[in-house]
Design a protein around this ligand. Structure first.
Ligand SMILES: Cc1cc2nc3c(=O)[nH]c(=O)nc-3n(C[C@H](O)[C@H](O)[C@H](O)COP(=O)(O)O)c2cc1C
Length: 229
């Protein structure tokens, strides 16, 4: 009987984890403002390509909309160290979190929505961003296990993920299943309880006049998703 009860509890938690995503609606009233708080994580070493242009469009639209306050964490500009140290290895019971990463955790907690911008490299995110996720989205902050079932701790937030690819859109979508975006939206953000959606554009090895309107449209779509109440 005890075993049965435990099974039901585990099942309930599994359902909650995989299907129980609540509707996320608007800025957190605890923030004391009706403006959204948006945290943008930019993981590109340059400021003149497609991703920089996308970020520029986001900033421009946000300025017009007056619906959100935003902050950009530019991982390359701050020379972020992505290498997880042994003292931080929570899977081995080591739980150190550096003051820099604690400050990032506070910013994430305080944000209503997150926007990740990074290029697709080898069908994945750049190492600097992967290391940021390893070191910041740690157990006890982003998730916990209860009865062996993962529980996301970062509820009531939305995230959007934008990544351009050099290859054509159809290839990324149907042959690679948008892995570079889904590893973040599904395997990390949804795991942490965050409602997340990916946005992508193909054939973008170079920023061209043809790409610019496409990037603008995707930026608009991304913000519609993030700021929809
Ligand atoms: C190291 C590296 C790996 C890449 N891997 C891929 C890939 O797996 N698939 C793909 O379609 N494009 C790949 N690309 C192309 C980039 O996605 C493309 O150059 C980038 O999105 C362009 O954006 P930017 O102008 O902001 O740099 C790769 C580029 C680099 C430098």
């Amino acid at each position: 009987m005890i075993c049965y009860k435990k099974d039901v509890a585990v099942l309930a938690q599994l359902v909650e984890h995989f299907h129980g995503k609540e509707k996320v609606s608007g800025p957190n009233p605890e923030n004391g403002s009706n403006m959204f708080k948006m945290l943008i994580i930019y993981a590109h070493p340059g400021h003149d390509g497609s991703h920089a242009y996308f970020l520029e469009q986001i900033k421009e639209i946000l300025k017009d909309k007056q619906q959100a306050n935003y902050e950009v964490i530019d991982l390359y500009a701050i020379n972020y160290n992505p290498v997880l140290q042994y003292s931080e290895l929570y899977s081995a019971g080591r739980r150190e979190v550096s003051p820099e990463n604690l400050a990032f955790q506070e910013k994430i907690k305080a944000a209503d929505c997150l926007l990740f911008i990074y290029p697709t490299w080898w069908q994945n995110m750049p190492a600097i961003l992967k290391g940021f996720m390893d070191r910041v989205f740690v157990s006890g902050f982003a998730f916990v296990y209860k009865l062996g079932v993962p529980i996301g701790l970062l509820k009531n937030k939305k995230a959007a993920v934008f990544s351009a690819t050099g290859g054509p859109r159809l290839y990324s979508r149907f042959f690679v299943k948008d892995q570079s975006v889904s590893v973040l939206t599904k395997d990390i953000l949804a795991f942490a309880g965050i409602k997340a959606r990916g946005f992508s554009v193909g054939s973008s090895s170079k920023l061209t006049e043809v790409n610019k309107p496409r990037l603008r449209k995707i930026a608009e779509k991304t913000l519609r998703y993030l700021l929809d109440k």
